[in-house]
Design a protein around this ligand. Structure first.
Ligand code: EPZ
Length: 429
């Protein structure tokens, strides 16, 4: 397994190209199952999770043509042509689903197009049990017969799905995406109330509309979907990754640097931008993205609670904690979305951070400086928080198990070293 070695200290200066969003690309890839025509997706990031989803789609009989890289400056956004012409395999196997929970996003489209789907239950993951009960209950409301057997979901709708009024008891991004794709081909009107408002959900809605779906309310908490008989192919460009942009924004503030986030979208990171400004950093919108520079004086502690969009994103919680670890004064971060998303805390404490977890909240008391150490990555966002800590820490940090990072950050070392970071990947044995 590879590891990453960082020598902390240099302020990050320069420009970073923000890639297409992983969490938009994954449902967009699954959407190809809804039509027999070709869906062409551009600006796909080079990530392990994207390759895993492409592998799963190929297993399901989709013809996946990776049309090389449509260069857009320094980093290429990949272009995939996806054609699910024949009603192929309708089983998403455990060995693929366990590697990436987002594989569950093929359930809605497979069921809607074929009237049948068999998808492995994803099982838990490091940050929580992450059940999909809300996906299944809502699909049942659209008339699907759902059975759980031998760790698999078998969903049947031999006479097709029928529109229904679905109220999600809690906001679920994946649940909203699965149901939006299923409802697009259901008979009649579906309302999704208390729907997720994440930009990646809105991106999926826009792509489905380009494919001929009738969807209103994208980006709001109520989606109105009128089913159609069939959907057509489309050409669609994946939205910019707000979490990647947010991560590098924190890196600029943390190292007292000045970064241009090219392709970053201020409208997608407002809650984070407000938090960084309250902490003393400068965040400004520019013609080609967002510019973030470190605080002139010491960083200030800020209290934050993670919430569904447009609130502060849970996927930025670990990264913000690193900034708070070296801010002046105390701060409290409350994680309301997942039940176990503080696994970066013990590793940060080994680097000298002063953090105490009390249930869903972490109290952080700022210290002068972190010190480099050997640390262990546990999940995607915890891993990148350790990279951020290494960039600011005194001395050398070595992060093990960086395969977690490769799931969500495209060319991380390249992008950071181009801005002055002393960072290198050490190939595993
Ligand atoms: C998506 O996961 C993202 N992943 C996550 O990003 C992100 O953290 C999460 O949304 C919240 O924003 C992708 O888009 C691929 P949820 P998802 O359904 O859809 C509970 C990253 O780091 N829940 O909104 O799985 C669930 O347990 C990843 O990029 C149920 O109880 O998240 C969680 O506590 C991590 N039953 C909460 O809802 C259900 O049926 C939110 O989950 C569904 C969800």
């Amino acid at each position: 397994m590879d590891s990453i070695r960082i020598r902390g200290g240099p302020p990050l200066m320069g420009a970073i190209e923000i890639s297409g969003a992983k969490n938009a690309a994954l449902p967009l890839l699954a959407a190809c199952l809804l039509t027999g025509e070709t869906l062409t997706l551009s600006n796909l990031p080079h990530l392990a999770d994207i390759a895993t989803m492409a592998h799963l789609l190929a297993e399901l009989g989709v013809d996946v043509s990776m049309n090389g890289d449509a260069c857009n400056g320094g980093y290429a956004g990949r272009v995939f042509g996806l054609t699910a012409a024949r009603a192929g395999e309708t089983t998403a196997p455990y060995e693929l689903v366990r590697r990436m929970r987002a594989s569950v996003l093929v359930l809605g489209p497979l069921l809607a197009r074929n009237g049948y789907a068999r998808v492995s239950l994803p099982g838990g993951c490091a940050i929580g049990t992450r059940p999909i009960d809300l996906h299944l209950k809502a699909l049942a409301q659209l008339g699907a017969d759902i059975e759980l057997e031998e760790g698999y979901i078998t969903a049947r709708a031999p006479n097709g799905l029928k529109g229904a009024h679905v109220l999600f008891p809690m906001v679920t991004v994946g649940g909203t995406e699965n149901l939006m794709m299923a409802a697009a081909l259901a008979e009649g009107e579906t309302v999704l109330a208390n729907a997720a408002r994440e930009p990646e959900v809105a991106d999926l809605a826009r792509c489905l509309i380009a494919m001929g779906a009738h969807i209103e309310g994208a980006g709001t908490d109520t989606l109105h979907i009128t089913g159609v008989k069939c959907l057509r192919g489309a050409d669609y460009t994946v939205v910019s990754d707000r979490i990647e942009a947010g991560t590098y924004a924190v890196a600029a503030a943390l190292t007292g640097g000045d970064l241009q986030l090219i392709g970053g979208r201020m409208d997608l990171i407002e809650a984070l931008a407000d938090t960084l400004v309250n902490a003393g950093a400068e965040v400004t919108e520019t013609a080609d993205g967002v510019r973030v520079s470190g605080a002139q004086g010491p960083l200030r502690g800020v209290d934050v609670m993670t919430e569904p969009f447009p609130g502060f994103p849970t996927d930025m919680q670990a990264q913000l904690m690193v900034l708070m670890a070296v801010a002046k004064g105390a701060s409290m971060i409350t994680e309301t979305i997942f039940e176990n998303r503080f696994m970066h805390v013990p590793e940060l404490c080994r680097m000298g951070a002063n953090i105490n977890v009390h249930g869903a909240s972490a109290i952080i008391r700022g210290v002068e400086e972190l010190s480099g150490a050997q640390v262990m990555a546990t999940d995607l966002r915890a891993s990148v928080s350790l990279v951020l800590a290494g960039l600011a820490a005194k001395g050398e940090t070595v992060i093990n198990r960086v395969y977690h990072l490769d799931r969500g950050y495209e060319r991380l070392e390249e992008k950071l070293s181009a801005c002055g970071a002393v960072i290198e990947r050490i190939k595993g044995k």
